[in-house]
Design a protein around this ligand. Structure first.
Ligand code: FPP
Length: 245
């Protein structure tokens, strides 16, 4: 039809079930416009809203986004404050809209270190989400992949020491069940915007067999059209999970 772009999306049976995104490049997006870095994070947060709604609309089951790593606490205090204020505003909106948007919103990461106000809002969001059955969205907040694995190891060690668990019975499944993502399907596709090609401590265990899509596009500019292209690229990958077929 005139003026409408043809979608490159493949058949939905070939979609990734779970997409994870490292939303990098907010700071550079702002600097290029002579704006403070916090303006880049605001634009990034708007784009997160747009992309999560789009994922829901096309039928993606789960989206996980890296909003704040444990290491991000090393940033200047005003930037940390701006990110936390942004998250707090987003949670206020989520509390008002989630049920109507039919999004199950959850969090992965350490609660310790987050403010009581933020934790209270996260818990309210969790309660509202119980009544939704649309897309599941994980926000990684105060999250670090190594930290998550250390916590899992500590928990298994405690169970072994108390006799609740025989160390010989520890399997990949037992370890997975100690992670923040317990019971969730691993990400099939990990997207990183902002030109860097690394995982930066994101979902280290869970991404073992994920397809990795790197793009130079800065996160606030990452469009639904580019997401379509990433999904189309994913659908052409032959996933062998270590096998030869
Ligand atoms: C990396 O860009 C991005 C972050 C550390 C924060 C990501 C957060 C958002 C997109 C806002 C999320 C908000 C909600 C509500 C989920 P950078 O600052 O490292 O950019 P740079 O590499 O260009 O400096």
């Amino acid at each position: 039809m005139f003026g409408r772009k043809k979608s490159v999306l493949p058949d939905p049976s070939l979609f990734p079930k779970h997409i994870a995104v490292i939303m990098d490049g907010n700071g550079r997006w702002a600097t290029r416009r002579a704006l403070p870095r916090s303006a880049g994070h605001s634009a990034g947060s708007e784009n997160f809203r747009k992309i999560s709604r789009y994922c829901r609309d096309i039928g993606i089951e789960r989206l996980t986004v890296y909003a704040f790593s444990t290491e991000n606490f090393k940033r200047p205090a005003d930037e940390v404050e701006a990110l936390m204020a942004l998250m707090s505003r987003y949670l206020d909106e989520a509390i008002a809209d989630l049920a109507h948007e039919n999004v199950r919103l959850g969090f992965i990461g350490q609660r310790e270190g987050l403010s009581a106000e933020l934790l209270e809002k996260m818990d309210r969001v969790g309660d509202i989400s119980k009544g939704c059955d649309g897309i599941s969205v994980n926000i990684a907040l105060n999250y670090g992949g190594r930290d998550e694995l250390v916590s899992a190891a500590r928990s298994l060690a405690k169970k072994a020491a108390s006799g609740e668990l025989d160390p010989e019975d520890i399997t990949e499944d037992t370890l997975s069940s100690e992670l923040f993502t317990a019971g969730q399907h691993d990400p099939d596709l990990v997207i990183r915007t902002g030109a860097e090609k690394r995982l930066s401590n994101f979902l280290l265990w869970q991404s073992a067999y994920a397809e990795l899509y790197f793009t130079d596009t800065l996160w606030p500019d990452f469009s639904t059209g580019e997401l379509d292209r990433a999904i189309a690229w994913f659908s052409t990958r032959k996933r062998r999970f270590g096998d030869v077929k």
